[in-house]
Design a protein around this ligand. Structure first.
Ligand code: FE2
Ligand code: FE2
Length: 249
């Protein structure tokens, strides 16, 4: 059994909620597990404004975790500050537990108008992804911040990955891709992409609701949420989402 703790959208520095308290509650929960998860995956929007002090807080939070770690940036992150503050490159492969986690960088740099919320991988990175998947046939997880397809949330669908179709073609070529793991959408949700499970890690700092739901679209009173992906010896992934009763509310 491989256990992936999938935490997303901590948004350290967010001034609506108490992101540090929420992230701490999630980490407390993970560290109390016995045995602990095999890997901690953080799928972006680590910081809210991409500031050095936010990454210092995030690094201190990550330092509590002494196991394998896989982190990618989101649209709220700033690439240079992310790399400098966390000491983690934005496009890496993490190997652990007989599995590979290909971490992608879907962040589009801010321009003169400010932060850009949709994501893009670009042709170079799609070639890189194809090569990483072709070089090793162990079970692999493709991880990035932006969902590469629509998920029927009015807030999120316009700011999804822009080149999702090209990415689907790459994933489709590699049958050992077990699942695609993403963040950004701040919701505990599962769908499919290129014939594989597309699993969204939930949101630590807030939850994004559908138009039909009564709470606000950015629901900060919802509890911090994350996912545990359990991969059985038969290769099947079973996801259990958790929403914690504590953490800055
Ligand atoms: Fe986010
Ligand atoms: Fe995001």
């Amino acid at each position: 059994m491989l256990v992936i703790a999938h935490v997303s959208d901590t948004h350290f520095g967010n001034d609506v909620q108490d992101p540090a308290a929420r992230a701490a509650a999630v980490m407390d929960h993970l560290l109390a597990m016995d045995p602990r998860p095999d890997v901690l995956l953080v799928s972006g929007d680590v910081a809210d404004h991409g500031l050095p002090e936010e990454y210092a807080e995030a690094r201190a939070w990550l330092d509590r975790w002494d196991g394998p770690l896989a982190v990618c940036p989101g649209n709220h992150d700033v690439r240079d500050a992310f790399v400098a503050g966390l000491g983690i490159a934005t496009r890496i492969v993490v190997e652990t537990g007989g599995a590979r986690f290909v971490m992608l960088d879907s962040l589009i740099d801010a321009d003169e108008t400010g932060r850009i919320d949709p994501g893009r991988l670009g042709d170079d990175q799609l070639v890189w992804l194809d090569a990483r998947l072709a070089e090793d046939d162990r079970p692999s997880y493709v991880c990035l911040h932006h969902p590469p397809t629509t998920i029927d949330l009015a807030l999120m669908d316009p700011i999804r990955l822009r080149d999702g179709d090209a990415r689907a073609a790459v994933v489709a070529r590699h049958p050992h891709v077990v699942a695609v793991l993403v963040g950004h959408a701040h919701t505990m949700a599962a769908t499919t992409f290129a014939g594989r499970p597309l699993l969204i890690g939930g949101g630590v700092v807030s939850t994004v609701t559908a138009d039909a739901e009564a709470p606000p679209t950015l629901w900060y009173d919802a509890p911090p949420a994350f996912a545990l992906h359990l991969v059985g010896d038969d290769g099947r992934v079973t996801t259990h989402w958790r929403a914690l009763p504590s953490g800055g509310q």
